[in-house]
Design a protein around this ligand. Structure first.
Ligand code: AMP
Length: 310
């Protein structure tokens, strides 16, 4: 197995200026696995759901090459539920409901089939659970990436700092980078955060793209300017899934290849926001992705003569 992901598999109820859903399937682990399945053909998911979770979704994940031996199904219990409402700018949202249910007592099981994976993606969960998964691998993966959020910085900063010492790549948004480093400048924030453990840092800036800090190098990937953003839920997870899926499939963590992986993640995230929940990720083909990557290349590619002052 090349890639293993741990993350929530959930029910979400979402409200945006364009509409409202009842309970639909969501969760960071779901978005990550669906996105990475476009690149990584052998991968595993570690998570927990209740008895109320639809079997069809688990079968669908299996059909996409996701090994779900590590997804526990808790009899008589309920799946994690999250509900959010987006503001008019679609950049900010309020969490309306978080019902932890099975996630409240989540004790991750890393099945034998997943224990030797070279790539490990720690989706946004309690930093203690993330560290437990690292410790339950038979060997240290070649590359460990981690997502987190301000919630954990507020209530579990010490645990978060401990887990950060064990990872290679941290993926967070600009606000979270500022909160974690107590620095406004993202370049300074990156320096401080990288001293906390991760040698590579990705700072997501929503509709303004993402920054990659790798060695002495910085790369900026734009986000595709879209006419319509329907539902941003899961865009960050989809980005991380595309990024890790690409890296695991190409097995190369050089700066040049990480640039490509970031564009792969950005392309998938640009699809994710076009419809509610995971819907769009179940419709697109690899040709669609290739076409979108071409758009990314032309969006930021330019030539210029540097031979004078004109
Ligand atoms: P994102 O839009 O990238 O922040 O991810 C949204 C997904 O994260 C939703 O599908 C939720 O089910 C899931 N989620 C929200 N809050 C939590 C939490 N506290 N722990 C784990 N997953 C969560």
């Amino acid at each position: 197995m090349k890639l293993v992901t741990v993350g929530s598999v959930a029910f979400d109820a979402i409200e945006t200026p364009f509409g409202k859903t009842d309970k639909i399937v969501g969760g960071a682990g779901t978005f990550i696995s669906l996105a990475s399945s476009f690149f990584a053909k052998e991968q595993g998911l570690i998570s927990v759901v209740g008895e109320d979770f639809p079997n069809e979704t688990l079968s669908y994940l299996t059909s996409r090459g996701v090994n779900i031996e590590g997804v526990q199904i808790k009899k008589g219990e309920k799946t994690f539920f999250w509900s959010g409402k987006y503001h008019n700018d679609m950049n900010s949202r309020d969490t309306l409901v978080t019902e932890l249910n099975v996630l409240g007592t989540f004790d991750p099981i890393v099945p034998e089939s997943c224990q030797h994976a070279d790539y490990l993606m720690l989706g946004n969960l309690s930093p203690q659970v993330q560290l437990t998964v690292i410790n339950r691998m038979a060997k240290r993966p070649k590359l460990i990436a981690m997502d987190t959020m301000n919630f954990w910085m507020d209530i579990a900063l010490d645990d978060l700092k401990e887990t950060m010492k064990h990872v290679d790549v941290l993926i967070i948004n600009d606000e979270e980078a500022r909160q974690l480093s107590k620095e406004y400048s993202l370049v300074r924030a990156a320096k401080i955060i990288r001293q906390m453990g991760p040698r590579i840092l990705i700072i997501k800036k929503g509709e303004h793209g993402a920054l990659l800090f790798h060695g002495e190098n910085i790369f900026f990937a734009p986000a595709l300017p879209l006419e319509e953003v329907f539902d941003p839920t899961g865009a960050g997870d989809t980005f991380a899934g595309g990024f890790m899926g690409y890296l695991a499939a190409s097995d190369d963590d050089s700066f040049e290849n990480m640039k490509r992986a970031i564009i792969a993640g950005s392309a998938l995230a640009s699809f994710c926001v076009e419809k509610f929940g995971t819907q769009r990720l179940t419709e697109i083909t690899t040709e669609d992705i290739d076409q979108r990557i071409r758009q990314f290349v032309s969006l930021s590619n330019f030539e210029m003569n540097l031979n004078g002052t004109h």
